[in-house]
Ligand binder design. Structure first.
Ligand code: FPP
Length: 266
């Protein structure tokens, strides 16, 4: 992909409320995409990396503020060593080569997960890449690597338990908000839209706390084939959802009318 094709429209701000602020994606189907073409799974991941670049650009163009991609789960270490090695290489290549494109486009990069398992080289690259993009504010790209939702909740509980036993906090102060602030997604809004490609209809231990009220979109399209049109379809589907957060449809409607009245009378 040429640098011109990689260019995100100049920092779209104040997007349409029908556009999700935060999209979380499980990029499934790389292996099947390759198999159906008689190629190795590795070729599927390479092609999948192109779809990663595409969705970053498309999200930026539409004014999405946070894009979170599940690149490698805690369970993926069990895959054949050659495949794990290639996935690590792709990860390194994003950190080393794609970082310039992120910098040019004002994208902040964050890597979240149990990073201790990665070697020294990757940990250093992660720190460097995060630092280089730290002041960017057009969009935040978060890559979940060696991540698991249960691990995330557990590590948050460990931090809270330590603070509680040192007297820094009182156990009574622990509530949903405080726990959220100890998850790796601290500072980010919960995802509005979750997309899973590849036909499976499950969350697979991804952001299980944060997805509590997220709209869940599943498509049979395999990740390497996930196109601009497929992305537009997901956004169109999202725009039609009525997000009630436990309230009734009538309450949501009257709240929207109240908001409109107060905007008009400003
Ligand atoms: C799931 O497909 C995909 C993965 C486990 C890895 C996703 C990685 C990439 C898209 C490339 C690199 C991306 C970054 C951000 C560094 P699968 O292999 O489970 O497919 P299958 O279900 O068809 O076997």
């Amino acid at each position: 992909m040429s640098p011109v094709e990689n260019k995100i429209s100049p920092c779209v701000k104040n997007p349409d409320p029908a556009i999700p602020r935060h999209i979380a994606v499980i990029m499934d189907g790389n292996g099947r995409w390759a198999k159906s073409r008689g190629q190795s799974r590795i070729m599927g991941h390479r092609k999948g990396a192109e779809s990663v670049r595409r969705i970053i650009r498309l999200s930026g163009d539409r004014g999405v503020e946070y894009l979170t991609l599940f690149a490698f789960s805690s369970e993926n270490w069990q895959r054949p060593p050659r495949e794990v090695k290639l996935l690590m290489e792709l990860f390194i290549s994003v950190l080393e080569k794609d970082i310039d494109i992120l910098v040019e486009n004002g994208v902040r990069l964050r890597i979240v997960g149990d990073l201790k398992r990665f070697g020294n080289r990757i940990c250093k690259l992660i720190k460097k890449a995060e630092l280089r993009t730290a002041s960017n504010s057009c969009m935040q790209l978060t890559i979940a690597a060696n991540y698991g939702g249960r691990w995330d909740i557990t590590q948050a509980c460990q931090q809270l338990a330590a603070k509680s036993s040192s007297g820094e906090i009182n156990p009574d102060e622990i509530n949903e908000e405080l726990l959220s602030r100890h998850l790796v997604t601290d500072g980010m809004p919960d995802p509005d839209l979750f997309i899973r490609t590849g036909g499976e209809k499950r969350i697979s231990n991804f952001l299980i706390w944060q997805l509590a009220y997220t709209e869940l979109y599943f498509t049979d399209v395999l990740w390497p084939d996930f196109s601009k049109q497929n992305f537009a379809d997901a956004l169109q589907w999202f725009a039609k959802r009525e997000r009630r957060f436990g309230k009734t449809s009538e309450q949501i409607l009257s709240q929207a009318l109240d908001n409109r009245h107060s905007e008009v009378s400003k």
